[in-house]
Design a protein around this ligand. Structure first.
Ligand SMILES: Cc1cc2nc3c(=O)[nH]c(=O)nc-3n(C[C@H](O)[C@H](O)[C@H](O)COP(=O)(O)OP(=O)(O)OC[C@H]3O[C@@H](n4cnc5c(N)ncnc54)[C@H](O)[C@@H]3O)c2cc1C
Length: 431
């Protein structure tokens, strides 16, 4: 089998992974990013979700995440230079009710992340259409990650490895302890419908159409529906399908992808036939992937818990700040609001470096939604801007470990925090 070598290997080029790869290369480490899709961006581009949640502390309107997440928003013209708070964002791209900001175009995001990768010249290489599929562990280290792509199988020998697969694939295959929510949050296929002319009755009629389809046995599950006009006044972006499944089981994941696609098509056809505003609409696209909220999380050196969010626990080695509400999607029908429970809104809270550090492997960090957190806490820390902040911290740590000739798992998180603050990243300092 062919072997490639690199200082830092980032597996998964989603929200956490793109930030990890950029931070690692910018801090001087030879970095290789691998991603199973043909583009970076994860949920943003593989599912088509434009939101940067976790950026804005809703009650105060202040940003608690800056760094690469904010840089991306600035480069897309969504945030002003030196932006600090919600009023520094393009007003047509924010929802004050949710404390949410979105980007205007998913394709532009793909181009931007490609450009940023290419700007790093030889320091940052990317292999798209490449899936991590196995791990070799020797003496408590990841000795190699095996990837599969059109070259066949390749071993990647990296001094430091960052698992940003969302599912903790590398950590799991390396034997690190992991956990998962019971029940798992369901999957959702997002889709877009063009030429919709919403009228006063549209939302209620769309909901009633889904209730009827469910009663008739044609729609096993749904929520909302969230009919969102984020990209254009006549383009409906739909949050409504709901497929309970285990996305780390290949057969179940495949079933969910098919079910999500079918349910989206059922919704479109029923709305076109019955709902005022959809008469002349057409189906633009779904996905291209169904969205996965919840699978494995590592049980790391520190576990972020609900109590930490409720008590705003402080950590000297905080490397990011979370602020999103407890956004728990149940695996059954919910009308109107998508989440269950109170939707508890924490004050901005610390996320420790040790939530990225698995227990048993010394040269591996895990960033993004699979970092170490309880089910409840991860319902807040899983969102996109928070995931980017975790990725930036992991990439920075990997480069620091290279410079210090040590391994990321044994690095002092306080040093990572200091390095992040010099690059406009890290935890929000004013809380
Ligand atoms: C339907 C849905 C709606 C959501 N709504 C919101 C919202 O409104 N606002 C918000 O902020 N968050 C939302 N979230 C949550 C948020 O999007 C994710 O939790 C966030 O993307 C986590 O970032 P990540 O980098 O961990 O994972 P991702 O962004 O999913 O990135 C993981 C990447 O790893 C790649 N990958 C996976 N396995 C491998 C492998 N073995 N080899 C190579 N590559 C691999 C994937 O292709 C992907 O690009 C939603 C999630 C879902 C599923």
């Amino acid at each position: 089998m062919k072997t490639l070598q690199t200082d830092v290997l980032v597996c998964g080029g989603g929200c956490a992974g793109i930030a990890a790869a950029l931070a690692s290369a910018r801090n001087g480490a030879q970095t290789l990013l691998i991603e199973r899709a043909g583009f970076s961006g994860g949920i943003i581009t593989t599912v088509g979700l434009p939101y940067f949640d976790g950026l804005i502390d809703k009650p105060s309107g202040r940003f608690v995440v800056k760094g690469i997440a904010l840089e991306l928003l600035q480069k897309l013209g969504v945030a002003k230079e030196g932006a600090q708070r919600i009023d520094d964002l393009r007003p047509d791209l924010i929802t004050k009710y949710w404390g949410s900001v979105w980007i205007p175009n998913i394709e532009e995001f793909k181009i931007l992340t490609d450009d940023l990768i290419l700007q790093h010249g030889g320091k940052l290489r990317v292999l798209y259409h490449s899936v991590a599929c196995d791990v070799e562990v020797k003496e408590g280290r990841v000795a190699a990650v095996v990837i599969a792509n059109k070259d066949g199988l390749t071993r990647i020998e990296a001094r430091q490895v960052i698992d940003c697969t969302g599912d903790g694939d590398i950590a799991h295959w390396a034997g690190c302890p992991t956990t998962s929510s019971k029940p798992l949050m369901p999957l959702t296929m997002h889709f877009r419908i063009g030429n919709v002319v919403p009228v006063k009755e549209t939302r209620e009629a769309a909901k009633q159409a889904l209730i009827a389809a469910h009663k008739e046995g044609r729609l096993p599950n749904f929520y909302g529906p969230g009919l969102i006009f984020a990209f254009a006044k006549d383009e409906c972006y739909v949050h409504a399908t709901r497929v309970p499944a285990n996305a780390t089981d290949a057969a179940d994941f495949t079933r969910a992808e098919m079910q999500g696609r079918k349910d989206a098509w059922t919704m479109f056809n029923d709305w076109k036939a019955k709902v005022p505003g959809f008469e002349n609409s057409y189906y633009i696209m779904s996905g291209p992937f169904i969205g996965v909220r919840d699978t494995r999380r590592i049980v790391g050196l520190n576990v972020l818990t609900l109590e930490d969010l409720q008590q705003t626990t402080r950590h000297a080695d905080a490397i990011a700040t979370g602020c999103w509400f407890l956004d728990i999607h149940p695996p059954e029908v919910t009308l109107d609001k998508p989440f269950t429970g109170s939707g508890f809104q924490p004050k901005p809270y610390d996320i420790s470096y040790r939530t990225l550090v698995p227990q048993t492997v010394s040269n591996l960090l895990v960033a993004g939604r699979c970092h170490s957190a309880s089910s409840e806490a991860s319902a807040s820390s899983r969102v996109t801007a928070t995931a980017m902040a975790l990725g930036e911290a992991a990439g920075t740590a990997a480069a620091l470990a290279m410079a210090a000739k040590t391994e990321i798992g044994t690095l002092d998180g306080v040093k990572v925090r200091e390095a992040l603050s010099k690059q406009n990243g890290g935890p929000f300092s004013d809380i």
